[in-house]
Design a protein around this ligand. Structure first.
Ligand code: AP5
Ligand code: MG
Length: 188
């Protein structure tokens, strides 16, 4: 199964995708995690991406396309995948369609995880203390939410237009959200 997970920062995309990876053996592809690795390793991509990430802005589409194409070329993708954090705008959604068509692995379903804004702020503020992710500061969280509303929210429409969009409630316990996700995947 080939799944796109959509949702604002803090909605639990990474948490839910990791659980789904364990359960269904699908490749978990988090562009945020790939970028953070590139920054840690000081690769050319990491050096170019860092200032965008630090500000909570999107890394330019051409850099992202190279990254996602390379990841989608790896062998574990043949089993299916969960995309977490890509596509992030309409241009990325169209670029992704073209890559997936070329490799014969089109998206089956997009799941949009909804969470209210107060919960997002609570979760990310907590993570800031526990993990110290550099973009979990109040100002950058605010910008990430703005970027999400302006650029990423319209991506849901891209999948809805093809009848591929399902929505789940991302509030409550992690295991309950996972069950809703599994139910949504099973719903024909
Ligand atoms: P990215 O890493 O994708 O960050 P994000 O979208 O801001 O999302 P988060 O990772 O903060 O949230 P999440 O939805 O994964 O939730 P999580 O499971 O972690 O992107 C970072 C940056 O990279 C972007 O700003 C951009 O610069 C760049 N980037 C990435 N992809 C890009 C692209 N395609 N194009 C351009 N630029 C790109 O959960 C959050 C917290 O809540 C965790 O602490 C978790 O433990 C907790 N939690 C999860 N579920 C629950 C629950 N049910 N109850 C209580 N707590 C919970
Ligand atoms: Mg994440």
């Amino acid at each position: 199964m080939r799944i796109v997970l959509l949702g604002p920062p803090g909605s639990g995309k990474g948490t839910q995708a990791a659980l789904l990876h364990e359960r269904l053996d699908l490749a978990h592809i988090s562009t945020g995690a790939l970028l953070r690795d590139a920054v840690d390793q000081q690769t050319e991509l990491g050096q170019q991406a860092q200032r965008y990430m630090d500000a909570g802005n999107l890394v330019p589409d051409d850099l992202m396309l190279g990254l996602i194409e390379e990841r989608l070329g790896q062998p574990d993708v043949a089993n299916g995948f969960i995309l977490d954090g890509y596509p992030r705008n309409l241009a990325q959604a169209e670029a992704l369609d073209a890559v997936l068509e070329r490799i014969g692995q089109p998206v089956d379903v997009a799941i949009s995880v909804t969470v209210n804004e107060q919960e997002i702020v609570d979760r990310l503020s907590k993570r800031a203390i526990e993990e110290g992710r550099s973009d979990d500061t109040e100002e950058v969280i605010r910008n990430r939410l703005r970027v999400y509303a302006e650029q990423t929210a319209p991506v849901a429409g891209h999948y809805a237009a093809r009848g591929q969009l399902r929505e789940i409630d991302g509030m409550g316990a992690i295991d309950d959200v996972q069950q809703r996700l599994l139910d949504a995947l099973q719903a024909g």
